[in-house]
Each structure stands twice: as structure tokens, then as C-alpha cells.
Design a binder for this molecule. Structure first.
Ligand SMILES: [Mn+2]
Length: 271
């Protein structure tokens, strides 16, 4: 009965299987958490998606920006972007089933018993757990309902870049989604910066990582996230666990065992 959290796979199915061997994953007993961005950019997105789906209730995967983009392309609302490796999924006989499964994934998962929360990019510095759960649910409800296609059409864009409780409509849902799935750095005034992807060392313009913002309302939570390969797994911040170690870029794929926070990484150089 072990729970492992695994970083961004981005279609690196062979690397995932090798990592699962290395941690001696027991599908009957163990549970896997994924930080999202299961697919795209890497070579085996279809296999990855089918495998994670097959884990059923022995897994939890939160939605990442690449997963949401795949939904938009998969439902024919968006053209493929340069670098997308989604052809096998788009041509798969079970495409519809896979897309339907994917749109039912959450943006945030919190396990009170284990004491961990997982998201793809992060939780806005001024959101408490209760607030974050409520906001995630707003987007999840739309994605699972009749408004799904409209949402996927309206989801793209960087504005509004500052959360305000009185946001409404698509602006509100886009702003929530960008915080959970694309955020890395914030400006001192709380706006999110969505293009700078560097390391924590001397970022420009007074930027700070979302988890380094002062008076963070969720600093008591243990938060697991992915999305940010440049961190190479290190946040230098208690209770904040970065697990994207750049598998798709040939670096590493990382699993963390929640029971003791022990990490296992495999090199993705040869996959
Ligand atoms: Mn991402």
C-alpha cells in the first residue's frame, strides 16, 4: 500500500515503465499520482494515455496545460501546434473514449489522510486549500459538462493575469486554469508571468516563484507539482515538491514515495 507521485511524462511511456520497474510498483496494491502533462512532445503519448487510464482507481492524474491542449485538438477545436506529437492519439480507434476520460481528470487533488495536495503548475499564493478546491471545481464542472467545447475554445490566452474574486465568465475560468496549469513566476503585485521559464536564480523584474511569494495562504499544505523542468526537482521551500525533472528533454523522470518522501529518478537520456 504505497503511493508514489510521478512527474511530467509527456508521452515518454518507455521511461515510465522503466521507472515503475525500478520502484517495484505493484499495480494491485500501490497507487500512482501524476503531476499532469501525461502526453505531448514525447514519442509515445497514446501508450501513456491508455496505460494511465487502465490504472482506474489506483491512480490520480491532474490536468496539465498539454493535457488541456490535447483535449482542444482532440475535439477538433484547435489545430495542432508546432512540436505536438498527438497524431497517434488523433487516429486511435479509442480516441473518443480517451478524450472523454481525460476531460474528467481534476485540476487539483487533495488527500487529507495522506496529507498531500497535487496540481500541475501550482496554487495561487493567495488561495487557501478551501478556495483552491472550489475554484478547481468550477473549471472541472464545465469541462465535464455541456460547456466543454466552449471552454476549450476560450481557454487560450494570458489575460486576466491577476486573480480577483469578482472575475466572471470565461475570464474567470481562464484565470483559474492558467494558475493551476501554467503558472511559474509571479510579480510582486501578484500578477502571474506566463512566458519566463528560467530557474530560481536571479529572475528578472522582481519575479518570484509562486511558492516563494510572501504570506502565501497555502504554506501549511504539502504541495506536489510538475510543469517546471528548470527547477530540476528542487524548490528550496519546505512542503513544496517539484517533480518535473525534464524527462521529455532527455533529463530524468522522478517518482517520490509519499510515505517517506524518498525519491527515485531514472535518466531519460536513452529513451
Ligand atoms: Mn506543463
Amino acid at each position: 500500500m504505497t503511493t508514489y507521485a510521478i512527474g511530467d511524462i509527456q508521452g515518454c511511456y518507455s521511461a515510465l515503465q522503466y521507472l515503475l520497474e525500478k520502484i517495484q510498483f505493484e499495480p494491485e496494491q500501490d497507487t500512482l499520482w501524476f503531476t499532469g502533462d501525461l502526453i505531448n512532445r514525447g514519442p509515445e503519448s497514446l501508450q501513456t494515455l491508455r496505460f494511465v487510464k487502465s490504472l482506474g482507481d489506483k491512480h490520480c492524474s491532474v490536468l496539465g496545460n498539454h493535457d488541456l491542449h490535447t483535449l482542444a485538438v482532440g475535439y477538433g477545436l484547435r489545430k495542432k501546434a508546432k512540436g505536438d506529437t498527438l497524431d497517434a492519439i488523433l487516429q486511435a480507434p479509442d480516441r473518443e473514449e480517451l478524450m472523454n476520460w481525460l476531460r474528467h481528470r481534476p485540476l487539483l487533488h487533495h488527500d487529507a489522510k495522506l496529507g498531500y495536495t497535487i496540481v500541475h503548475a501550482g496554487i495561487a499564493p493567495n488561495w487557501s486549500l478551501t478556495k483552491a478546491l472550489g475554484l478547481a471545481k468550477e473549471v472541472e464542472t464545465v469541462l465535464r459538462g455541456d460547456g466543454m467545447q466552449d471552454f476549450l475554445n476560450q481557454m487560450y490566452g494570458n489575460q486576466p493575469d491577476r486573480w480577483q474574486d469578482n472575475l466572471t465568465g470565461w475570464d474567470r475560468l481562464r484565470c483559474i486554469t492558467n494558475h493551476f496549469t501554467r503558472m511559474r513566476f509571479c510579480y510582486p503585485d501578484g500578477r502571474i508571468e506566463l512566458s519566463y521559464k528560467g530557474t530560481l536564480e536571479s529572475p528578472p523584474n522582481g519575479l518570484k516563484a509562486w511558492f516563494q511569494m510572501p504570506h502565501r495562504a497555502n504554506q501549511e499544505l504539502k504541495i506536489i507539482f510538475g510543469h517546471w523542468a528548470a527547477l530540476a526537482g528542487a524548490t528550496h521551500t519546505p512542503r513544496v515538491y517539484a517533480l518535473d525533472t525534464g524527462c521529455v528533454w532527455g533529463y530524468a523522470l522522478t517518482a517520490m514515495r509519499l510515505e517517506d518522501e524518498k525519491r527515485v529518478s531514472i535518466s531519460c537520456h536513452s529513451f
